[in-house]
Ligand binder design. Structure first.
Ligand code: G6P
Length: 367
């Protein structure tokens, strides 16, 4: 009913709008008044100094959150991290260091492939950590330890708020490990302060809905939509593309922007739209030259960038701005919000079944 949907037309839209609150909930009880991360209930402090590698294992949107986790673990901690699709990991005879940590990211905590991958790690006596939304779920129960994402129930098949909460929890974890290891050069207090500002910044992004609705209306009949970026923006691009294809059934082509000229560029012709994430300031010039390559072949460019960016507008047809954060990955995370609105409004304008897309299930508990 409409009441269950909080007055919104679909659960997906409600859940997109819940994200500022979801960020607050994911941080709740995990930051003390001195700005330190409190996750000591997860593992004893010495465990964190023993870990030599991290493997993040997940499916779908949770896998995309895992890619952001890798980005942070390697950037902040210089800790080698791999991300696996659960279905590949479980049948892939993975090489596992006895000192590694396996992190299972799952909204439902019931995805069959992820659960099987967890059981494989347990058999091999690898330390396991869940990042799970549903309390009492199988993955939460079977992991050595679990950090809950505290996002509240997610009803829409296409995941939105769970992704944001998963990335927040992985960020907190990276900062917690930096704090325990007293890593020189990592300003944990400063990063935590930025995280606590993120909810408010996500609120600002809700104002982008009108703009995205307009853009969705302009391009709703596009034959193909590229999602491109570099660094953290490349990871968000995968998630932006997944939203559009799963609920609006528009074919997408997603890859790091630098890979375009190795093949995907051949698909560009007039009518094709390219959504570029350009929130990473150090990579922006490179992204702009990729935009120009697409534009020169007749493609339409939508840029999602930060509010202080002065360079992408000359290469793009539409510019969407999210707040500038001190840590670029946070701006990249915010950039998923306009992409979620884009997918939602294209699907809505095209009369698609938004909360229950064809052929898909909320939780894939069979292989
Ligand atoms: C299904 C859902 C996705 C979800 C994926 C993994 O495909 O439709 O939204 O990302 O499963 O689910 P999990 O519950 O493990 O995060």
């Amino acid at each position: 009913t409409s009441a269950e949907r909080g007055g919104y037309e679909h659960f997906m839209l409600k859940e997109i709008h819940e994200q500022p609150q979801v960020i607050r909930q994911a941080l709740a009880g995990r930051i003390d008044e001195k700005g330190r991360v409190r996750l000591e209930q997860v593992f004893n402090e010495h465990v964190w100094t023993e870990i030599d590698r991290v493997n993040i294992i997940a499916c779908g949107t949770a896998y995309h959150a895992g890619l952001m986790g890798k980005h942070l673990f390697e950037k902040i901690l210089r800790l080698p991290t791999d991300v696996y699709h659960s279905s590949e990991f479980r049948y892939g005879d993975p090489v596992l260091s006895p000192r590694s940590l396996a992190i299972f990211v799952s909204q439902s905590g019931e995805t069959a492939d992820t659960l099987a991958a967890l059981r494989l790690c347990k058999q091999r006596r690898i330390r396991t950590l869940g990042v799970v939304n549903v309390i009492g779920s199988s993955i939460a129960r079977e992991c050595d330890k679990t950090i809950f994402t505290q996002a509240g129930p997610e009803i829409s098949v296409a995941s939105t708020k769970a992704y944001t909460a998963q990335v927040i929890v992985l960020s907190l974890l990276a900062l917690y490990i930096a704090q325990v290891q007293e890593m020189p050069g990592v300003r944990v207090d400063e990063a935590v302060a930025e995280l606590t500002k993120l909810a408010e910044r996500a609120e600002t992004c809700m104002e982008l809905e009108e703009q995205m609705k307009g853009i969705a209306d302009m391009y709703r009949n596009m034959p193909l939509c590229f999602f491109l970026g570099r660094g953290a923006d490349a990871h968000v691009a995968l998630e932006g593309a997944l939203k559009l294809k799963e609920i609006a059934y528009i074919p997408t082509q997603e890859s790091p922007a630098g890979e375009m000229k190795h093949g995907p560029l051949a698909l560009v012709q007039p009518g094709v739209v390219a959504m570029f994430g350009a929130t990473e300031p150090d990579l922006r010039d490179k992204v702009v030259s990729n935009m120009q390559e697409v534009k020169a072949r007749g493609g339409t460019i939508i840029a999602v960038t930060t509010d202080d960016d002065t360079v992408t507008s000359r290469a793009s047809d539409d510019v969407i701005r999210v707040p500038t954060c001190v840590y670029p990955f946070m701006s990249a995370l915010l950039s998923i919000i306009p992409m979620q609105f884009f997918a939602y409004h294209v699907a809505r304008l095209n009369g698609c079944e938004i909360d229950q897309p064809r052929n898909l299930a909320k939780s894939v508990t069979v292989e």
